[in-house]
Design a protein around this ligand. Structure first.
Ligand code: BGC
Length: 764
């Protein structure tokens, strides 16, 4: 009797579970049917399928090509041959052309004169602003302010979109540990954690909330992947990187961009372990699309598919095209190989039609998502273009962003900020009144005439009684010292000297690797004679990469790292010099003492013989082993004190979150913002771990004398690393936690993870 009841109860439970499951399924189905994003996807794919069913193979291959405009007297224009291509449907995209009206004309050829009327998609390198030029990306990252960085990208997108552009080749998310590599200026520095946060912020900024709105750009995470790992810091050079470094250092910012919904990814010019990136199926397809579920479009870098022949694989244009398509490169920038050299493979079956169709589908989806099928001319409103470029709100924010990007490296005896009525100031150096350098590399429609120089900024800030002298002293490069005499003269007449030295605009950026990090030309000599006058010297560095300026930093009374700050360089620098803005920027890359210290980065390994006084340890004989300035370093006009680093539980399990707090007090005399940084170390694990890894930061503003508690949380994700089998794991054992004002100056505590070995999902 009891048994039957038991059986019946079990059956009843089963029936109930069954009904519940069916109900949940039905709810999910109804939800899916009503989910607008699912519906939109469905509509989009139906539309594209229908369109593709009418496309010839030539038209399909046509969509996979992007060609550049050509310089003419009227600006950058499309050649006659390419106009014919548009009409025949042999091109899907153009790059580096701007202007709402002209791009509207091109769009009309595509939409009204080609057989299927497929709109063009226009790409452009909108890296740090479009007409309103913001600080270069490495500078913006020094703000450690992702909201501000997002806003800067948002404004850039609004301006570029008003000029007919749909797609930016940004953000550049390459981690760079070698400042000889000129493209370090385009990224967010040496750290994958900060780099990932900045990557996601920029993607959000460019793409906005709804890509179909006409003020958004499709973003492009580039250059996939490890392009910044070029041997010797020489651009385009070979990359030989371990699977571990690839996964821990170079891939994370791309993964973050994908998780933030980036629409496109660009391949790097580099090879990795013998395979040029454009033939690297493992990375482009298995990791990017397979493991990370990236559904967007992959574009080649400029002519990079053809350049695989020079790398030494493939052997013919046909073969490299085949390699690229099979690896997962959907669109060919510039080479024309997809247009001219692929058709035969489809006909003879060496290339499956499916691969072409997938690539075409991705191109068409990008166009659809931008709303171009619905209204191909929505980005071509000249009135909007006139109204929005250099909008006063943009200029105002460019100044704020520039202020946030400045890093105060030294301030002996609080010589800064200067009084606005400082008697006589000599502003000396080739970059003090330079309108070109502040634009940095990739400055889109940036115009030197829009730039307010440091000189202009200083003049605008001081009171009328302050006298300003100015001379270049020498050029950035070159051997002409005839200006020295006058420089010494005005230096001697002045109470204070502002020395503005560094690199010119194109000494960093693409193809701008340097074998030395010294100040170029005669600038060191100029600095020496100025320092020898014995007057107080404020050094302003204007540059796209860390420079080795140890002796000068030692001699100068104050040092400001201003990078290339965009068109508001002058006013922002003056805001900081004269104390209207209290600097809060922190370096996102270590500054070496000399070029010979490279690579030098904070998250290095310990080695078996970390540097000590003893000879046989890991160091150079003639240098301290620390950098000149560490990652995360930056001063303020006020001072902060850290106390009582505290962990709520010193033992945690797998489901716990670790709560950490630290007391922060503004012990100086003015309001200031501090970037509080949290690092961890797993001191003993199954594979060696870095001495520190950034895992959190917060910008905290405190009034003079104010004190607060700053809280952080760490989860298992933050503690995980790749084990020997390249699984993301958390191993039981103790961890160190460091909190402080930069990567070296920290308080330390520790806790223990007492759970079991944890294996985490790749998709964090
Ligand atoms: C650069 C890319 C850029 C492309 C288009 C290439 O030389 O490596 O970063 O997006 O040109 O201008």
């Amino acid at each position: 009797m009891r048994r039957t009841v038991k059986i019946k109860l079990t059956e009843l439970t089963q029936i109930i579970i069954f009904i519940v499951i069916i109900q949940i399924n039905m709810i999910l189905i109804v939800y899916a049917q009503n989910d607008p994003s699912q519906n939109n996807m469905k509509l989009m794919d139906e539309f594209i399928e229908n369109l593709m069913s009418r496309m010839t193979i030539e038209e399909k291959l046509g969509q996979l090509n992007q060609f550049p405009g050509q310089r003419t007297e009227d600006g950058i224009r499309v050649s006659k041959e390419h106009v014919e291509y548009i009409k025949k449907g042999y091109v899907g995209s153009f790059l580096s052309i701007a202007g709402a009206v002209y791009l509207g004309e091109l769009q009309r050829f595509a939409v009204e004169e080609s057989r299927l009327g497929i709109p063009l998609i226009i790409g452009y390198d909108v890296i740090h602003g479009f007409r309103t030029i913001f600080p270069v990306s490495i500078a913006e990252a020094c703000s450690w302010d992702p909201e501000a960085v997002e806003r800067s990208a948002r404004i850039a997108a609004t301006e570029a979109a008003a000029a007919g552009i749909h797609w930016t080749f940004a953000p550049m998310v390459d981690i760079a540990r070698d400042p000889r590599w000129g493209r370090i200026v385009e990224g967010s520095g040496e750290d994958p954690y900060l780099g990932s946060i900045m990557a996601a912020a920029r993607v959000r900024g460019f793409q906005g909330e709804d890509l179909s709105k006409p003020n958004t750009l499709l973003a492009c995470a580039k250059h996939f992947v490890a392009y910044g790992g070029a041997e010797g810091g020489r651009d385009y050079n070979t990359v030989d990187v371990s699977e571990r470094t690839l996964h821990e250092i170079y891939l994370p910012p791309f993964h973050a961009a994908v998780n933030a919904g980036v629409g496109t990814v660009m391949g790097g010019f580099n090879e990795i372990n013998g395979i040029p990136m454009h033939a690297n199926r493992y990375l482009l397809t298995e990791i990017l699309r397979g493991k990370w579920d990236f559904n967007g479009l992959v574009i080649s870098d400029y002519n990079a598919i053809a350049e695989m022949l020079v790398h030494g694989i493939g052997g013919t244009r046909e073969e490299v095209g085949l390699l690229a398509l099979k690896a997962g490169v959907d669109m060919d920038m510039f080479s024309g190989i997809y247009l001219n050299n692929i058709k035969g493979f489809v006909k003879n079956g060496k290339l499956s039609q499916k691969i072409i169709d997938k690539a075409v589908q991705r191109v068409l989806r990008a166009k659809y998502q931008l709303g171009l099928f619905e209204d191909p001319y929505e980005y071509n409103n000249p009135q909007r273009e006139r109204d929005i470029l250099l909008h006063p709100v943009h200029l105002e924010f460019a100044r704020e962003m520039a202020c946030k990007s400045i890093v105060l490296l030294k301030n002996e005896n609080n010589i800064l900020p200067l009084r606005k009525n400082t008697g006589k100031i000599a502003v000396i150096g080739p970059l003090a009144d330079d309108k070109d350098a502040p634009l940095g590399s990739w400055s889109a429609l940036g115009d030197p005439n829009d730039v307010k120089t440091i000189m202009a900024g200083i003049k605008g800030a001081v009171l009328p009684e302050t006298k300003i002298f100015h001379t270049k002293g020498c050029d950035v490069q070159g051997e002409d010292s005839s200006g020295f005499e006058y420089a010494i003269k005005i230096a001697k007449q002045s109470d204070i000297i502002i020395l503005v030295l560094g690199e010119s605009r194109f000494m960093s950026g693409e193809g701008a690797s340097r074998s030395t990090l010294d100040l170029p030309g005669l600038q060191n000599e100029l600095a020496k004679i100025i320092i020898n006058t014995g007057k107080p010297v404020i050094l302003i560095l204007v540059n796209g990469r860390p420079l080795s300026v140890s002796w000068l930093v030692e001699k100068a009374h104050a040092v400001l790292e201003t990078w290339f700050l965009g068109i508001q360089m002058g006013p922002a620098t003056a805001d900081v010099l004269f104390g209207d803005y209290n600097p809060s920027g922190k370096l996102v890359v270590s500054f070496p003492r000399t070029v010979g210290q490279i690579p030098i980065y904070y998250n290095h390994k310990n080695t078996g013989r970390p540097p000590t006084e003893q000879r046989n340890t890991s160091k150079y004989l003639e240098l301290p082993s620390s950098p000149l300035f560490p990652f995360g370093y930056g001063l303020s006009y006020t001072a902060f004190e850290y106390n009582n680093l505290n962990i709520v539980h010193d033992k945690i399990g797998a489901n716990d979150t670790l709560f950490i707090s630290v007391e922060l007090e503004n012990i100086g005399k003015r309001t200031g913002c501090e970037v509080v940084q949290l690092y961890i170390q797993d001191p003993c694990a199954s594979v060696t771990r870095p001495v520190k890894e950034l895992r959190g930061f917060q910008r905290v503003t405190l009034k003079a004398g104010e004190k607060t508690k700053v809280y952080f949380q760490l989860t298992m994700n933050d503690l995980a690393f790749y084990n020997l089998n390249m699984k993301r794991v958390v191993e039981p054992g103790s961890f160190k936690v460091f909190v402080g004002t930069n990567s070296e100056d920290v308080l330390v505590t520790q806790f223990e993870y007492v759970g079991d070995l944890l294996i985490l999902n790749e998709n964090r």
